[in-house]
Each structure stands twice: as C-alpha cells, then as structure tokens.
Design a protein around this ligand. Sequence first.
Ligand code: SF4
Length: 213
Amino acid sequence: MQIPLLQGPAVCSSLEALSKAAAECMRCPLGATRIRSVFSDGSPQAQIMLIGEGPGQQEDESGIPFVGRAGQLLTQMLASAGIDRQQDIYICNTVKCRPPQNRKPQASEMEACFPYLSGQIQNVQPKIIVLAGATAVQDILKTKQGITKIRGQWFEGPNGAKLMPIFHPSYLLRNPSQTEGSPKWLMWQDLQTVRKEAEAQGIQLHGTPSPFI
Ligand code: SF4
C-alpha cells in the first residue's frame, strides 16, 4: 500500500515544520474550535508508530496525544508489553485538532489532515504501524471491515512496514473485563504480538515486559 506524499499548503519536510504548520492550520473546520493542535508524542526515532483517532479534551488542553484516561490505559498496556512510551513508539492521530464533543472525525476532516499524517510516516519511517481503533483503520486501510474482525492481523503498510489494527483504548475503558477472549485480553495479546515482531526485526525496545492480565 502506498501512502501519498505530502501535498497542499502544508508542504514542508521536517516533523518540526509540520508541527508548526499544524499549530496554525485552518485546512478544516476543526482548526476554528481547537485550543491547540496535538501533533505527536514519543520518539521520532522510534521504529513503531501508533496512530489513533483524534484529540479529546485533555489532549486539546495539553497538546499531547493520549493523555486522558484512555491514554493512561494505553501507556500502561504498552509498558506491560515492554514498549516504553517515550523511547520505543511515536504516537499521533488521524486528525491533529479536537472534534467538538469528542465526535468522530469526519471523512473530509481526515482527508484535509492526511498530509500531516503522511508527512509523519515519511519522516519517521516506522517498521511497524499500529492503528488504534476503527477510525484510524478506515483512514489508512480504507476498509469497511469491522475492527473486531481485523484486529490482531498483519497488513502491508507504507514503505514495507508491517501494520496491525488494534482496539482503541477508550473501547477498553467501556469493556473492563479481563477474562480470556475479552477486548482487553485481546489487546494484551496483540501488543505482545507487536513486541515479538519488533524483536524479530531486531528493533531494540527499552521496556521490560510484565504481566498485565
Ligand atoms: S485537524 Fe488537521 S487539517 Fe484540520 S485544522 Fe487541524 S491540523 Fe488542519
């Protein structure tokens, strides 16, 4: 699968330039209602990238993706899989500005924001991409298949990367059961699969795996 190269008024090459452009961007209506744009967290040198849906209230206020309750759960689950949030992974979203009332981003908003995501992928060149939730799956894989059907499977990503859909952590907050076969249990399996793939590719991870469930 080929991700189109950066196009449009946000054309610029470095992550820093992209982040600055996003902070002033009005390419879609979300720019008018944001407090601040939410570009990324983690390490640009990481070889694993996680793409989520869009910023929520706490992300909008802080400018950092995945810092609310769902983000804290994600950080905890990554850590238990031996993936250090600050060193081993680059985290971003399909849209960089918060949709009002935390609604899903509209297709036109994701399309308008796609040059930023494309630029992030081209700059970071991850070997593994994890798509958290149905919105990110629709934006990148352009499939209507449900997340429950395709989570945990490997797909061919851009630039030869391996790409896996996983549940969005906010879905896990609504489904807290940890019994075998539950969404949380499946997420835990998927993150362990990601860790094993990273190890198989010789990617050095800084975390220490520990039991989560
Ligand atoms: S969501 Fe993306 S395209 Fe829309 S205003 Fe924000 S940075 Fe620009």
